[in-house]
Design a protein around this ligand. Structure first.
Ligand code: AMP
Length: 264
């Protein structure tokens, strides 16, 4: 596995591969890799000739009081897992923004509710960095996890609206054996907080079986009854029931598809 830190070198390599007719796959991440990230690699690996994983803790998608500074950055661990999982090139840039950067990509519809409402500017940071990664890596395919369902919506819309020549693949949510959606932020949780995360995941799953008309109210009521868990939002979008909560200092998100047979 090659490790590339320079954006211009990455872009030159990608251009050469494309001229050679090779199909490029991109797995964008912020590192602190876990099985969820590796499942994205597994999904894309058979569908492309060259698989690029990017690791970049993107400052512009964090709010001023969010966890940018303390976000985990286990470089050796990440490099080992990426290599073992079959990544061809690990793109790990230092800083992707010039000091006088004055251009951004802002989506105006699907980014408005849910996480967009509670994290102002977040999806503009996401859309902008993903647009930059698309221009640098020039992927034919890029994969994003359903764990961040609204992020998938925003990226799909951006790729469509701005004519990026890339196919967006959505990957299913990987959970641990207690049903908690894997997340790099789970590392922040102490043992009691982790138990609350298990309850959060369980309630969301049960809520998704209550039918469309009652799922949100039922889930909100049950989450309100959980000590040590503050609700950020509970939302139904199409058939996706999603929620964000704060457990101590940690913000967790999760979502479930409303089961058709339970629709009310
Ligand atoms: P992150 O490093 O948190 O920015 O995530 C990088 C990519 O991995 C995003 O597309 C996420 O949606 C995806 N991802 C994160 N956690 C999971 C998970 N538990 N299952 C599947 N995909 C995930």
């Amino acid at each position: 596995m090659k490790v590339v830190a320079s954006a211009s070198r990455m872009q030159a390599m990608a251009r050469a591969w494309k001229q050679g007719g090779l199909k490029i796959g991109l797995v964008p991440t912020m590192g602190a890799l876990h099985e969820g990230h590796l499942s994205l690699v597994e999904l894309l690996r058979p569908r492309c000739d060259l698989l690029v994983m990017s690791i970049y803790v993107n400052p512009t998608q964090f709010g001023p009081r969010e966890d940018f500074g303390r976000y985990p950055r286990p470089r050796q661990h990440d490099q080992r897992l990426a290599a073992e999982s079959g990544v061809d090139v690990l793109f790990r840039p230092g800083n992707l923004y010039r000091e006088d950067v004055s251009t951004e990509v802002r989506e105006h519809a699907v980014s408005l509710g849910r996480c967009g409402a509670s994290r102002p500017g977040h999806f503009t940071g996401v859309a902008t960095v993903v647009a930059k990664l698309f221009n640098i890596v020039q992927p034919d395919l890029a994969v994003f996890g359903q764990k961040d369902a609204q992020q998938c919506d925003v990226i799909e819309r951006m790729a469509r609206d701005l004519n990026f020549p890339v196919r967006i693949v959505r990957a299913p949510i990987i959970r641990d054996r207690n049903g908690v959606a894997l997340s790099s932020r789970n590392a922040y949780l102490g043992p009691e907080e982790y138990q609350r995360a298990v309850e959060f995941a369980r309630i969301l799953r049960e809520g998704s079986r209550k039918g469309k008309s009652t799922a949100v109210a039922w889930t909100r009521r049950r989450l309100r009854g959980l000590a040590g868990v503050d609700i950020d939002y509970v939302s139904l979008d199409g058939s996706i029931l999603s929620a964000a909560v704060r457990i101590g200092k940690t913000r967790l998100i999760d979502n479930r598809k409303i089961l058709p047979r339970a629709q009310g």
